[in-house]
Design a protein. Structure first.
Lengths: 307, 267
């Protein structure tokens, strides 16, 4: 850009009006001026707490003196290890199942079925609801005595377990709820992906007499791979972030069987009043999130540079 | 489509309906349950539960708080995001790549993960239990910057040059060329942001300690919490009060909503 003004504006007492100032900046300076507001807040709520956590996590609980004890404790703290294990299991099951179901739903609702708009909206609806409201809804279903599921099971003479009270059932029960909420959301990603596939490919398969399942497996599925990779990253991050249901339904119990990482950070920081140890756990989670971001950047590389 | 339906087409259609109804059933159940009034004389249809629940907690105030919060955050994200995205999409400057990497690395980081430190920051500003304090950690979004930058990159250079010839300033070009050209992306991002923030719970729960600031999600949990044992009609009514308007808004605008998601390239 070459926009050297013919007349240099005279200095006035309005010179410190930021917009006036911005006009006279060279391009590079102007770009920094544009970045400033966003970067102030990004720094304030991610860089500052990151540094704060690094410092805090090496402090003793009473606040004086350097220690690596908080990190050593990570390896031995049973509740932390339980929450980590639970979260891993929760992520590794809900992500592939949500995406698989999302893909199936997208294929079913991509076709020209009667009432398609209604069905799409219905399947997507759970995705726009607050997680806490979803949690309340599913409490009806899981209540041991008067809950919907056990009423049905009892009526046909099947055992009626305590879904949220049994340590071996609570996490799978929460996973089902999470999948119900997430599948509709990712269905939308896949619908977008399917719209991007040339319909002539399906026509060709049909003329060749290729079965629908085979067509999906050999043509659609590979073409949807970029969507799958991107959705998987989003779903993984959701499975760490969207854990509000723990607060509403189980408080991490019974016996920490449904304790998840973010919930445990909350408990350590605000119930045990131990911000130093909470900071150490935060940093572990951040390390995972940054790794996910790096993978995502790699995946989007082409999109970023060549679009 | 006017070709003849094969057996497998029929099976797919049936499956589509089965799956759709399975997904809708839990929501339908809650709505039905909220309008069934139980009494010793038997169950009947009525809005008593909803009326009672509405009177038992300041849901109107909660709605107002959520609206202020969501509108404030979304506007701030769009303004700050558009400015930063414009810098990345349009200008060259020292450390540009490093600064963009700084944004990208934060795509996955959400403020709650540092809840303890951020609580301290917000407390330091004296903003605990204020709507500003709830919203502040979200006003700059790395995803918004990235997303709008992608949209701005597709703006044809000819449009920019034409505006320069007319003597537009650099901010004028952002306003007159880039923002109109990226309108679908701005709308799509606003929808994503509104629905995300509307549903947010953990951080608002930590910061808000009075009904004057509590958003609807925190209000709902609080409304249900003090009771010992399960009061199903009350739970159903409270839930419907919270999700009813949201679902109504979605269903009215769903075609546009879904299409804008689909077109936005959030995929």
């Amino acid at each position: 850009m070459t926009d050297a003004p013919a007349v240099v504006p005279p200095r006035s007492r309005w010179a410190w009006n930021p917009f006036r100032l911005a006009r006279r900046l060279p391009d590079a300076g102007f770009a920094y001026f544009l970045l400033l507001p966003a970067f102030i807040f990004l720094a304030l709520f991610t860089v500052k707490p990151l540094i704060g956590s690094l410092i805090s996590s090496t402090q003793k609980r009473n606040g004086d003196g350097f220690t690596l004890g908080n990190y050593e404790r990570l390896a031995t703290d049973e509740v932390f290890l339980r929450a980590l294990g639970n979260n891993l299991l929760f992520s590794l099951i809900t992500v592939p199942v949500s995406l698989g179901l999302a893909m199936l739903l997208a294929v079913l609702l991509h076709q020209n079925v009667r009432g398609r708009g209604f069905l799409r909206a219905g399947v997507f609806a759970p995705a726009i609801l607050p997680m806490v409201a979803v949690a309340v809804i599913w409490m009806y279903f899981y209540q041991p005595n008067i809950g919907v599921i056990n009423s049905i099971l009892g009526a046909i003479g099947l055992p009626t377990p305590d879904w949220l009270g049994d340590p071996s059932l609570v996490l799978p029960s929460l996973m089902v709820m999470m999948i119900w909420k997430e599948a509709g959301f990712f269905m939308l990603f896949y619908l977008a992906g399917l719209q991007g596939i040339d319909p002539e490919l399906e026509e060709a398969s049909r003329l060749e007499g290729t079965g629908k399942f085979r067509h999906f497996w050999k043509v659609s599925f590979p073409l949807l791979m970029p969507t799958t990779l991107f959705a998987a990253i989003v779903a993984l991050s959701d499975s760490i972030k969207m854990v509000d249901f723990v607060f509403v339904m189980t408080q991490g119990g019974p016996d920490n069987a449904s304790n998840l990482l973010l919930f445990y950070i909350y408990k350590v920081a605000f119930a045990q009043h131990w911000p130093q140890f909470a900071a150490a756990i935060s940093l572990v989670v951040v390390a995972v999130l940054v790794a996910l971001a790096l993978i995502q950047i790699k995946l989007m590389d082409r999109k970023i540079h060549y679009r | 489509m006017d070709r003849i339906l094969t057996t497998s087409d029929r099976i797919e259609r049936v499956l589509a309906w089965v799956a759709g109804l399975l997904w809708i059933a839990p929501l339908a159940y809650v709505f039905v349950r909220s309008v069934i009034v139980e009494s010793p004389a038997g169950s009947r249809f009525g809005f008593d539960n909803l009326v009672n629940a509405w009177g038992a907690a300041p849901f109107g105030q909660y709605y107002l708080n959520t609206t202020l919060l969501v509108v404030g955050i979304t506007l701030a994200q769009l303004v700050f995001g558009a400015l930063a995205a414009y810098a990345f999409a349009r200008f060259t400057f020292p450390f540009k790549n490093a600064l963009f990497a700084f944004v990208l690395i934060q795509l996955m980081i959400f403020p709650e993960v540092f809840m303890s430190e951020n609580y301290r920051t917000v407390a330091g500003f004296g903003l605990l239990d204020t709507i500003t304090g709830i919203g502040l950690p979200y006003v700059a979004s790395a995803f918004c910057i990235f997303f709008l930058r992608q949209a701005f990159m597709t703006v044809p250079n000819e449009l920019v040059e034409a505006a320069q010839v007319e003597g537009s300033s650099r901010l004028g070009i952002l306003w007159k060329v880039f923002l109109p050209a990226a309108k679908p992306s701005l709308i799509a991002y606003a929808l994503v942001s509104v629905s995300t923030q509307w549903n947010n719970f953990l951080w608002p729960m930590i910061v808000a300690t009075s009904d004057e600031t509590r958003p609807i999600t925190v209000g709902l949990v609080r409304f249900l919490a003090p009771e010992t044992g399960m009061d199903f009609p009350k739970m159903a009514a409270g839930t419907v009060i919270v999700i009813g308007p949201l679902l109504a808004a979605f269903l009215i605008g769903q075609r546009g909503f879904i299409n804008s998601f689909l077109r936005s390239g959030i995929k």
